[in-house]
Design a protein around this ligand. Structure first.
Ligand code: 1OR
Length: 231
């Protein structure tokens, strides 16, 4: 069964350690994320009017890994455990196979010494499910073109991404505004991951991403004579 829940200020939607009952998709509202560190709740992030949470306990039959508190009145769509399993876990079996095969050919994920388990797929599967509700599509990648704005606003193509490559990590790693625009060249399909899942799941890839960022700087210096990434 799915249901709409109107959340109140300070309402605990999920408490860390509880059994999982529902999975939630945010319609509106800001929700803080807390995780206990040495018995003290520490805020580790927030969802700002978008995103979804509560999938971990349902996927892995584990206690809730974080506490989620509404900071203002908001609205959530909930799916109970049985519906979540029917819609996401079972119906996604085929998609999961396809994504697993795809992730095998993503160099970033392959280059890790300790392999990522298929947890990495959960946010992709959920996003593509949420896509049915809110028209966000999560798709596989083919060919993309990246352009960086110059001082005079003229755009210059700085790189092209093809199947298995990634983009969009720089602003998340550096906490800076987006450094380039990315345009689809023809029909493309991308897998999308939100910032919370990015930090939680791609932590092990952070070093490789940082190394690749220094290569962007070298390319920019070659193109423009100086680095515009500025960090
Ligand atoms: P759940 O079913 O365990 C709590 O219920 C939900 O909070 C969890 O699913 C995730 O959907 C969401 N670590 C664990 N769970 C998180 C985290 C998180 N962020 C959101 N959730 N971390 C924060 C990463 C920015 C890691 C903290 C060490």
């Amino acid at each position: 069964m799915h249901f709409k829940h109107c959340s109140q200020t300070d309402e605990h939607i999920i408490d860390q350690g509880d059994d999982g009952d529902n999975f939630y998709v945010i319609e509106k509202g800001v929700y803080d994320i807390f995780v206990q560190k040495e018995g003290v709740p520490v805020q580790v992030g927030k969802y700002d009017n978008k995103g979804s949470f509560g999938e971990l306990a349902l996927m892995y039959n584990t206690p809730r890994a974080a506490t989620i508190i509404a900071t203002q009145e908001g609205a959530l769509w909930g799916l109970d455990r049985a519906t979540f399993h029917r819609l996401i876990v079972k119906n996604n079996a085929k998609k999961r196979k396809m994504y697993e095969a795809f992730i095998d050919c993503v160099p970033l994920l392959n280059s890790l010494e300790v392999g990522l388990d298929t947890d990495i797929l959960v946010p992709f599967l959920i996003l593509s499910f949420v896509g049915l509700l809110s028209n966000i599509t999560a798709r596989l990648l083919c060919l993309l073109q990246m352009k960086a704005g110059q001082q005079d606003n003229a755009e210059v193509e700085v790189a092209r991404c093809t199947r298995g490559q990634y983009f969009g990590e720089l602003a998340l790693v550096t906490n800076k505004p987006r450094a380039a625009s990315v345009y689809a060249v023809g029909e493309t399909k991308c897998l999308v991951i939100d910032i919370q899942a990015f930090e939680r799941l791609l932590g092990p890839c952070m070093d490789i991403m940082r190394r690749n960022i220094s290569q962007y700087e070298e390319q920019l210096v070659a193109l423009f004579g100086s680095s515009v990434l500025n960090h």
